[in-house]
Design a protein around this ligand. Sequence first.
Ligand SMILES: [Zn+2]
Length: 81
Amino acid sequence: MVPSLPKKKKRVASCKYLIWENDVKYRGWLSKSTLGLSHAFCKVCNRDFTVDHGGLNDVSKHSSTALHQKSFNAQNITKAV
Ligand SMILES: [Zn+2]
């Protein structure tokens, strides 16, 4: 068992979006927010959410919210049919 915890290293803010957008877990629905680097935009929910506190943690937190899951599943169904 190898824990894959992200290292607590300060990154250049603009870089994290490149990492997130290329991550298979977030690719397709995560985007830059028009509100700035403290926010990310979820294409699935069509809304901005803050990533100022936990960064990638906030992203995974958002991806596990009921709203996101619902929107994500709805989108998948639409795509599949
Ligand atoms: Zn979402």
